[in-house]
Design a protein. Structure first.
Length: 88
């Protein structure tokens, strides 16, 4: 699957060129967030497991993404990865 940007929206296209799908951004941070830290991201989908926490940011609005990354930094969390993935 390849990703391509269309305006402020990113779309994922399959190998055979199937229709464009909206994508989310998934941020991975080190460690399993406590309930108190997860509460800082209660507006997002947060999953904890295997010594990492993932935060799913819906859509691909750059200002929203930057806001979430700023929260990660302000809380002193170690950012491991940022990826665009097709919406579930």
């Amino acid at each position: 699957m390849r990703l391509e940007a269309v305006g402020v929206w990113a779309t994922a296209r399959g190998e055979e060129g199937d229709p464009a799908m909206p994508v989310d951004t998934v941020i991975t941070v080190a460690g399993e967030m406590s309930g108190a830290l997860r509460a800082e991201f209660d507006d997002l989908d947060v999953a904890v497991g295997h010594s990492v926490t993932t935060i799913r940011v819906p859509g691909s609005d750059p200002s929203v993404l930057h806001g979430v990354i700023n929260r990660v930094q302000l809380l002193g969390l170690e950012l491991l990865d940022v990826q665009r993935q097709p919406c579930p």
